[in-house]
Design a protein around this ligand. Structure first.
Ligand code: NAD
Ligand code: WQD
Length: 334
């Protein structure tokens, strides 16, 4: 099949391109390079032995999307393109709603025009807000505490309405927990702009000596060691979940909503220790007050994904940390 990957030069999108190419699909990428570099697709080609067709531009650009769909028949779309920084979304809500919600609407409109009605959407565990309990099941109540999360909620609702209105649509809403790690080649990985917001990229930069120490945001949470607990999932496991979702949609159709997580929760200090072991480098840290908006614990019940997709995450935190470290040493910011 020919799969259109929006945001395909980004962190998760580039790994999805590798997995799709390895599975024998042709890949077309649309990315405006607002948070990625074109060299990423050279590296995807080095790993996969084949190159995605690349269109540089914005998914809100209807004329561009029409050119993309006219250039070669597209069978399905995986929509990663969007803005994802929570703090930035609070400061720039209109930019986030326009890019994320507006982008999804224009994409679906052009897909509809071109009779391409198979879509996989990157949702997030952020749609569960502060869950009443863990592990989190897909039928838990949804809420948002910031414009980024609200944009994901809105898109989820728009896609449900679309699937309801036109039964030809086959739509997956995949709720990612905390994607980390990198492709085992060390050639592609997460490349944060400036000071990393997320834990693992920050820890990797401390281990590499680029930053002095990690600030651990809060050690008074009701968790085993007092630090925040999350469901870290290896990015290659995550993208393999997309291939399983694609197979499911082609077979069953309809609207699919599943968590992509491991079901295991690890604390900040668990991750620090795992990274020290994987890298052989110390990760000095300081305990500081909680980060506003953070929750104590967030991890998935992954049973539905396993039941419906036959998919489960296979890679543990050792592999997540060693692959992130290989990427950090070989290629990050080069
Ligand atoms: P990323 O920023 O690395 O990748 C997104 C890509 O989309 C970038 O290459 C960027 O240049 C591109 N892009 C942004 N706006 C665009 C637009 N309007 N038109 C075309 N291209 C555009 O982010 P990522 O971590 O790979 O995330 C991919 C998706 O997964 C996002 O939708 C994100 O919200 C979602 N998600 C990410 C996480 C995470 O922790 N990384 C967790 C849950 C959900
Ligand atoms: C993980 C843990 C922090 C940095 C965010 C978004 C979420 C999703 C994934 C897209 C927490 C602690 C972190 C640091 C720390 N993105 N931490 N020091 O907050 O679970 O989720 O990214 O959908 O929407 O909110 O991930 O990696 O920022 O934090 O102590 O320097 O690490 O407090 O407990 P989070 P994270």
């Amino acid at each position: 099949m020919n799969i259109l990957v929006t945001g395909g030069s980004g962190y998760i999108g580039s790994h999805a391109c590798v997995a799709l190419l390895a599975a024998g699909h042709a890949v077309t990428v649309v990315d405006d390079l607002s948070n990625s570099r074109p060299e990423v697709l050279d590296r995807v080609a080095r790993i996969a032995g084949r190159r995605p067709v690349f269109f540089e531009g914005d998914v809100r650009d209807r004329a561009l999307l029409r050119r993309v769909f006219a250039a070669s028949p597209i069978d399905a779309v995986i929509h990663f393109a969007g803005l994802k920084a929570v703090g930035e979304s609070v400061a720039q809500p209109l930019r986030y709603y326009d890019c994320n919600v507006g982008g999804a609407i224009v994409l679906c409109e052009v897909m509809s025009e071109c009779a391409v009605k198979t879509l996989i959407f990157s949702s997030s565990a952020t749609v569960y807000g502060d869950p009443a309990s863990v592990p989190i099941r897909e039928d838990f109540p949804r809420s948002a505490t910031n414009p980024y999360g609200a944009s994901k909620l809105m898109i989820e609702d728009i896609l449900a309405d679309l699937a309801q209105a036109d039964r030809e649509w086959r739509i997956a809403r995949l709720r990612y927990f905390n994607p980390v790690g990198a492709h085992a080649s060390g050639l592609i990985g997460e490349e944060p702009n400036g000071i990393p917001n997320n834990l693992l990229p920050y820890v990797a930069q401390v281990a590499a000596g680029k930053r002095q120490q990690l600030s651990v945001f809060g050690n008074d949470y009701p968790t085993p060691d007092g630090t925040g607990v999350r469901d870290y999932i290896h990015v290659m496991d995550l993208v393999e979940g997309h291939l399983a979702a694609l197979d499911y949609l082609l077979d069953k159709g309809g609207l699919l909503t599943v968590n992509l997580g491991t079901g295991c929760g690890y604390s900040v200090l668990d991750m620090v220790r795992a990274f020290e072991t994987a890298s052989g480098c110390p990760v000095p840290y300081a305990l500081v007050p909680r980060r506003p908006g953070d929750i104590a614990a967030c991890y998935a019940d992954p049973a539905l994904a396993e039941a419906l997709l036959g998919w489960q995450a296979r890679r543990g935190i050792e592999e997540m940390c060693s692959d992130a470290w290989r990427w950090q040493q070989q290629c990050a910011s080069t």
